[in-house]
Write a protein that binds this ligand. Structure first.
Ligand SMILES: CC(C)(COP(=O)(O)OP(=O)(O)OC[C@H]1O[C@@H](n2cnc3c(N)ncnc32)[C@H](O)[C@@H]1OP(=O)(O)O)[C@@H](O)C(=O)NCCC(=O)NCCS
Length: 165
């Protein structure tokens, strides 16, 4: 079963890996966010993704009341490398959307680099709709900033059957 929950203290190394925190200063700065996982804190909701008792990654949702309409959120998802490509991303998107809809949100949006085919496929398989491309969004060193494809699901959409067991 997939559960979205707080990280335990013993799971800090997993969160450090997921956030690619490579200095003690970065880890210290991350501490308050880590301790607030599993619940909304300010306008962030960061959770460990637990599959049958094993943490496989992290999911984030954001709602900024100053810049976003009521009832809308944006999300992000990162799985540890050993858990990718097994269909979990699709199922986690489904669980996250159901959870936020149950809390009163009506629209969840996410976006991904045009080269990230796995995330695009996961969005599509979970019933999220493609809504357009943001051009030259993400700086990429000396390359041109990458385009990002935007997806969203609303509680008024038809959901595909996605097993969450
Ligand atoms: C992106 C991510 C969340 C997707 O979750 P996942 O569990 O790996 O994805 P799923 O297994 O549910 O589905 C992936 C789909 O993409 C396909 N896929 C996976 N890797 C692929 C690749 N490199 N090229 C093409 N297709 C790929 C899979 O075959 C599957 O499609 P299918 O069922 O039609 O065969 C996960 O891979 C991840 O955490 N990646 C690293 C972090 C990241 O990119 N996060 C998103 C940032 S916006």
């Amino acid at each position: 079963m997939i559960q979205l929950r707080a990280f335990s203290e013993a799971e800090l190394p997993i969160a450090i890996t997921l956030h690619q925190l490579d200095t003690p200063e970065k880890i210290e700065k991350f501490r308050p966010r880590f301790e607030a996982t599993g619940r909304w804190d300010d306008h962030y909701f960061n959770c460990a993704v637990d599959v049958d008792g094993v943490v496989v990654g992290e999911v984030q949702a954001r709602h900024c009341p100053k810049s976003m309409p009521p009832g809308t959120a944006e999300m992000g998802l990162d799985l540890l490398p050993e858990f990718r490509g097994k269909g979990l991303g699709t199922r986690i998107l489904h669980v996250l959307a159901r959870k936020l809809f149950a809390e009163g949100y009506h629209r969840i949006a996410g976006s991904t680099d045009v080269t990230n085919i796995a995330m695009q496929r996961a969005f599509e398989k979970a019933g999220w709709k493609y809504e357009g491309t943001q051009r030259h969004l993400m700086p990429e060193g000396d390359d041109l900033p990458h385009d990002y494809r935007m997806y969203a699901i609303t509680k008024f959409d038809d959901f595909p059957e996605v097993s969450v067991e």
